[in-house]
Design a protein around this ligand. Structure first.
Ligand SMILES: Nc1nc2c(ncn2[C@@H]2O[C@H](COP(=O)(O)OP(=O)(O)OP(=O)(O)O)[C@@H](O)[C@H]2O)c(=O)[nH]1
Ligand SMILES: [Mg+2]
Length: 319
């Protein structure tokens, strides 16, 4: 309770509510429509609800699970009126979302014996990797941690510049090399520097890539192997960043990335300004990999720790 109580303060809840505004509006109008004019939860309501969830980007797999659970509850409780449906939905949705086994990250603490904690950030082009790294670095720094960023996206000069700007904004150091140099060499340098400086966290940025480009996926494996020469257990975290505003596309990307690389955590960005936030439910249910953070804006403070209870609560709260 202590941890959550502290992190999920009023400010976090407000930015979550605000970030989910468009999704909430869409989600709600659909659910309200699904039960309009009905008093009990019958077959027709369930059908409508199923359709509402699918069109709210919850995805078929996850929707089917939710509907099955609601059906079961309705059978058990015999008579469920539509007024109770929101509550029931909220409970059943929360129950199928994955929680991270370890909760340290909610406090931006480093797990025992994992210093420097090495995070490798991966994903498709333009999903928000570099921005998420900047926000993460800010949060770790706020928690009193020493952070080093590694600019292993050497594909474009602008990529290194962008991460450099974030490092200055946050006030953390950065390891970089010339554009076009070997990304694994930059990753190695970053981890080596983190060890030398006794830093707490090293966050490595990578170039955007598609899962079906074999040579680019091999490059990720190489980064991993090279880092392991310094710390055998590293990277401690491989963070897949997904753009929530792409809806089911983000689910597809997750599927492909998870199949080809050892993803251990997920961040979902750009939930502000999209009505497709229901996709978070699909991702947090389907992959058994914890969604750790969500992005609700471009600014340094626009990263929120994903907490399934708070997320579902915000989703169902209108106004
Ligand atoms: N509205 C909004 N914009 C975001 C969010 N996260 C990132 N962005 C924006 O998305 C755009 C792409 O972000 P980057 O961080 O450069 O994405 P990237 O994955 O590093 O891109 P590449 O390095 O080109 O693959 C930028 O304009 C960011 O400001 C978010 O949570 N909300
Ligand atoms: Mg980038």
């Amino acid at each position: 309770m202590g941890i959550l109580g502290k992190l999920f303060g009023k400010k976090e809840k407000e930015s979550l509510d605000q970030g989910l505004q468009k999704t909430k509006e869409g989600f709600f109008s659909r659910i309200t429509k699904a039960i309009a004019g009905k008093s009990t939860v019958d077959e027709e309501v369930l059908d409508n609800l199923e359709e509402a969830l699918v069109s709210a980007d919850v995805g078929i797999e996850t929707t089917v699970q939710i509907i099955e659970r609601i059906e079961k509850r309705v059978k058990q409780d015999k008579y469920v009126n539509t007024a109770e449906l929101n509550n029931l939905l909220q409970q059943e949705i929360e129950a199928i979302l994955v929680d991270a086994p370890e909760q340290d990250y909610k406090d931006f603490e480093i797990p025992e014996g994992k210093k420097p904690y090495v995070i490798l950030v991966v994903g498709v082009n333009g999903v928000g990797k570099t921005t998420t790294i900047g926000k993460l670095a800010h949060n770790y720094k706020k928690a009193g941690k020493q952070v080093i960023l590694g600019a292993a996206d050497t594909f474009r000069a602008a990529a290194v510049d962008q991460l450099t700007i974030w490092s200055e904004r946050v006030g953390v150091s950065i390891v970089k090399q010339a554009m076009g140099s070997d990304p694994s060499a930059v990753a190695y340098d970053t981890v080596q520097s983190a060890i030398a400086k006794n830093a707490d966290v090293a966050i490595i940025d990578t170039a955007g890539r598609l899962h079906n480009k074999a040579h680019l996926m091999d490059e990720l494996s190489k980064i991993r192997r090279v880092i392991q020469k310094l710390i055998p257990q590293a990277p401690h975290e491989v963070m897949l960043v997904l753009d929530g505003s792409t809806g089911q596309n983000a689910v597809e990307q997750a599927k492909q990335f998870i199949a080809t690389t050892d993803v251990s955590a997920i961040s979902i960005t750009k939930l502000d300004g999209t009505a497709k936030g229901g996709v978070v439910l699909a991702i947090a249910n389907q992959f058994k990999i914890p969604v750790k953070y969500i992005g609700v804006g471009e600014k340094i403070d626009d990263l929120i720790i994903f907490d399934k209870h708070e997320f579902v609560d915000s989703l169902f709260k209108l106004g």
